[in-house]
Write a protein of this length. Structure first.
Length: 144
């Protein structure tokens, strides 16, 4: 009887994951249909061409939406240096927003917090910073 909550949570998690898979499969099916349509149009204009030989291009990451390449890492390291003590991810994100002079709404602010969280994880993996506390907020400090 004591595992009922755990089982309920696991079943909900599985249901959500299965729903995401179904949704993803539907999205892939739609993209395949659009690709087949494009191939047909290409063949209309160039009957002897083979559109399947066209190399796929990876989609651009949204990672560089607000910051140039490497800029967010530099800003995060500067924030940790300037703080000189453990700080939260949100504090580092606010520092980054202020450093860039961005005017953001709540949704964009949350995107930047998520992006800063990922950047701090990468910095941590390189051994330049470390997590101090993980719950309820993640706190980071500069190593060394």
């Amino acid at each position: 009887m004591r595992d009922t909550f755990a089982i309920y949570a696991l079943r909900r998690k599985r249901a959500r994951l299965a729903g995401e898979i179904v949704s993803g499969q539907q999205a892939v099916a739609r993209k395949r249909e659009a690709l087949a349509t494009l191939d047909a149009v290409i063949r209309m204009f160039e009957p002897h061409s083979n559109p399947e030989l066209i190399a796929p291009v990876r989609p651009h990451s949204r990672r560089y939406l607000f910051f140039r390449r490497g800029e967010q890492t530099r800003i995060c390291l500067a924030a940790l240096r300037e703080a000189g003590k453990p700080v939260t991810v949100r504090w580092v994100a606010e520092y980054a927003i202020a450093a860039k002079g961005l005017e953001t709404d709540a949704r964009v602010r949350e995107q930047i917090v998520g992006s800063v969280r990922q950047t701090l994880e990468r910095i941590g993996a390189r051994g330049l910073a470390r997590k101090i506390v993980e719950w309820p907020d993640t706190w980071w400090e500069l190593v060394g």
